[in-house]
Design a protein around this ligand. Structure first.
Ligand code: ZN
Length: 206
């Protein structure tokens, strides 16, 4: 089936599930609005859709996706900060209780980041190099990394540090109303790893 037709038929399945068999879910989401407790910052990679990976229902996850699931530092300079705008809405308006930075193995964005670290500015592209360079410090933490997994995990740690530079995030963490998590999905093995702030290391969760 052509890709677009497959999507239209996928929507029919979704419609039957949520508008015919279980109409109350969307009725509530429509009348009450959304109130997700969890925000996920995930990679744009087609293999790592958080709602599919985490078995979530509509209304449960507020999702930001970008190249390499990076969070920039707090920079209120009036420029175009899409990720920071979504963070602001999720944390200040929706008041999510958890924020998960979800990285993954085999990340092309992190491979691009490693190229930037070796002095390749990715001139053949206009936006990817400057974006992934947000995580360049990961290459100092992990000088050599043939399969990229340690850099992917270090970049998650950097994003967790960056998120804490947003004053309303730091405030939520200090008050205990917001908890941040770093997760890494190993798509080769089908495993989920979590960052432990005490040991400063990732440990296998599932
Ligand atoms: Zn990725």
């Amino acid at each position: 089936m052509p890709a677009i037709d497959q999507l239209v038929s996928g929507f029919k399945v979704f419609k039957a599930r949520y508008y015919e068999h279980r109409p109350e879910l969307y009725q509530n989401l429509r009348t009450e609005g959304q109130s997700p407790e969890v925000m996920v910052v995930a990679c744009s990679d087609s293999r790592v859709d958080p709602a599919i990976l985490l078995g979530s229902e509509p209304g449960e996850l507020f999702v930001i996706r970008n190249v390499a699931n990076l969070i920039p530092p707090y920079q209120p300079d009036g420029k175009l900060h899409g990720t920071s705008a979504a963070l602001e809405f999720g944390i200040r308006d929706l008041k999510v209780k958890h924020l998960i930075v979800l990285g993954h193995s085999g990340c092309g964005g992190i491979q691009a980041l490693r190229r930037c670290c070796t002095g390749d500015p990715l001139r053949e592209r206009e936006f990817i190099g400057p974006w992934v360079s947000l995580g360049m410090r990961a290459c100092e933490i992990v000088p050599s990394d043939p399969d990229g997994s340690k850099t992917e995990q270090a970049a998650i740690e950097i994003s967790l540090e960056n998120i804490a530079t947003f004053p309303w995030v730091a405030d939520g963490i200090a008050k205990g109303t917001l908890t941040v998590h770093g997760w890494w999905f190993d798509l080769q093995k089908g495993a989920l790893w979590g960052y432990d702030a005490k040991t400063k290391a990732f440990a296998k969760m599932v």
